[in-house]
Write a protein that binds this ligand. Structure first.
Ligand code: ATP
Length: 576
């Protein structure tokens, strides 16, 4: 079925492979005249649900960032997929996908490299391109980031961001000022991300340039709680990690509230966004019988995540990941705090000032200098941090610290170690981050697959996209019954007036009326308006609904209000 859809997508301008005049390039797609509008409307709907309704704010950061950002974030070291290359044809394959496609193993990504190599050999897996045996071929980590040089000459090394999130984390110190240093607050970003996927596939599902819609919700993990009651009754289908590992592998149909009470979703915050995501995917027209939340297995989680539930949609019997809802803990902010000169903490005021004991050192530099030379400064810093961490280390006559990979032992009397009582009005804490991260292209693709229908109308098979009116690229098609006797002019006026009212309108006067309806059905236009002879007499038009093909007569003067209600869902066609 998705093959028909991909053909329709290309023919009717939803999406198609980029740069085809030059042979095309794998993993890059163009959203055409229908698709770009559908995509923008999905983004608008996401922005409404995850940003406006939640009271968050949006930013737009660059897509290229300097290397130190990704050293700190861990992407340089760990943002890898498993690569196995065919010794015969040279084609590169993602080793874990090869295993998942050809064996019963579902979570190959969670195995270490050497085991993956063993599984390829045990199952005698072959190259999907030329059928050469891959047993014994090395399985290697391949970093997915696109590298580039910033500026001419040797320049500065940079990377195209593999997720929009880092653009938010890096700017945290400034963003917290805009939030008046108050947690919790959320920052969203919708933008391009780039991953040099080993083998792009399944049309726009796995590409090398794609759009993410991400929310980074910064919270105080001890004090802040989500408004769980707002989504407690939302029904969800959960596929937990223990169920995936057990023999039965059953789904649990439950509510968000119960999932939290029974500890199935450990974090209230993750559960909250599971509820919000469920509502949103339903709103954009994903078939809820082909939708679930699957918990990540321990070995599958990203380097930054402490828990993660993926929203998944079913397409042709395969489950694809639509979104990840992760508890990223304080991983990213701590790393940027450590690697940069900025402060990534937030000051938490106590209700009452508190008297606390603070251990400090005041090292005798006239001893450290001559004794340890250039290392003396680093040793002094190491002593201070040790005093804060573990004051019992100063209990004996000597204390040992590490500085620049070397161990140094210093008499305690030379460290100036003291414990003093001070009054503090608050403390610096590292916020935690809850992140719903959605792929816009995957949402769009799944919406199209789930809304693709074939039925029979007037003895003919018709193809129809049952898109939600909120998302359809064209909200209303306007036709004259024939372009004569003034019907063409009136229909053009109706179309122009509706455009002024902010509707996406397609005007069409070519071919018979049945064919014009079919064309709009195929691109998911929910409503069509036709000007006929009767309408010329009494200022009315016929209004047709796509799915039922029912038609009613409405006054031109009421048309815009009726269409606005139908698009927002405030009124149903059957209530007119
Ligand atoms: P996968 O396991 O499918 O590679 P991921 O777990 O690496 O995805 P995340 O890092 O969680 O994905 O990214 C968040 C979202 O971005 C995904 O849920 C998906 O919708 C989207 N996404 C990720 N990689 C791609 C890609 N190569 N093409 C299209 N969308 C993508």
């Amino acid at each position: 079925m998705s093959t028909d859809l991909v053909e329709l997508a290309k023919r009717r301008g939803f999406f198609f492979q980029a740069a085809e005049p030059y042979g095309g390039v794998s993993g890059f797609y163009v959203y055409g005249p229908q698709g770009a509008t559908l995509k923008r409307k999905i983004e608008d709907s996401w922005r409404d649900r995850f940003q406006v309704q939640e009271g968050h704010r949006e930013i737009e950061a660059p897509t290229i960032m300097p290397e130190p950002v990704f050293e700190a974030s861990g992407h340089l070291d760990t943002f890898d997929d498993m690569l196995v290359e065919c010794p015969e044809c040279g084609e590169s394959h993602r080793a874990d996908h090869l295993i998942e496609d050809n064996t019963d193993i579902e979570d190959a990504e969670s195995f270490p490299l050497d085991e993956v190599g063993d599984i390829i050999a045990e199952h005698d897996l072959h190259c999907p391109t030329c059928d050469t045996a891959l047993a014994g071929e090395p399985v290697e980590d391949f970093n997915l980031m696109f590298q580039t040089d910033i500026g001419p000459g040797s320049g500065q090394s940079g990377y195209l961001r593999p997720e929009t999130a880092q653009g938010i984390f890096v700017e945290f110190s400034r963003l917290k000022e805009y939030a008046r240093n108050q947690l919790p607050f959320g920052i969203t970003q919708i933008g391009k991300a780039y991953r040099n996927e080993i083998s792009p596939r399944k049309s726009i599902v796995r590409v090398r340039e794609f759009t993410q819609a991400e929310l980074e919700h910064f919270i105080d993990p001890e004090e802040d709680e989500p408004p769980l009651e707002r989504v407690a009754d939302v029904e969800v289908r959960l596929y937990s990690a223990p169920e995936q590992q057990g023999d039965e592998g059953e789904y649990l149909d439950t509510t968000v509230g119960e999932a939290v009470e029974e500890g199935i979703i450990a974090s209230d915050w993750v559960a909250y966004y599971v509820g919000v995501a469920q509502e949103w995917y339903e709103r954009i027209g994903i078939d809820m019988d082909r939708f679930r939340f699957r918990q990540h297995l321990a070995g599958e989680r990203s380097h930054y995540a402490s828990d993660c539930w993926d929203a998944e949609g079913e397409i042709d019997g395969d489950w694809i990941e639509l979104a990840g809802i992760s508890d990223r803990s304080d991983y990213d902010l701590s790393k940027h705090d450590e690697y940069s000169d900025e402060d990534f903490t937030v000051f938490r005021q106590y209700d009452e000032p508190q008297v606390v004991e603070r251990a400090t050192v005041d090292p005798d530099m006239s001893y450290l200098g001559p004794e340890f030379g250039g290392a003396a400064g680093d040793i002094a810093d190491a002593l201070q941090s040790l005093a804060e961490r573990d004051r019992s280390a100063f209990d004996g006559g000597e204390v040992t610290v590490e500085a620049d990979g070397e161990s140094y032992t210093i008499p305690v009397e030379k460290t100036g170690f003291t414990v003093e009582e001070i009054k503090e009005s608050g403390e610096h804490i590292m916020p935690h981050v809850i992140e719903p991260s959605m792929g816009v292209g995957r949402a769009l693709y799944t919406v199209l697959v789930h809304s693709y229908e074939r039925d029979e109308v007037e003895g003919e098979t018709r193809t129809r996209l049952a898109l939600e009116p909120e998302l359809a690229p064209t909200t209303v098609g306007v036709f004259p019954l024939m372009d004569k006797d003034g019907m063409g002019e009136t229909a053009r006026d109706v179309a122009a007036d509706l455009r002024t009212e902010g509707f996406d309108v397609t005007y069409d006067d070519s071919g018979n009326i049945g064919r014009r309806y079919r064309r709009q059905d195929e691109v998911g236009t929910p409503f069509c308006v036709t000007v006929d002879y009767e309408g010329l007499e009494d200022d009315t038009v016929t209004l047709r609904e796509r799915d039922s093909t029912e038609q009613i007569r409405v006054a031109v003067a009421d048309l815009a209000d009726i269409l606005a209600d139908l698009r927002s869902g405030d009124r149903a066609f059957t209530d007119l």
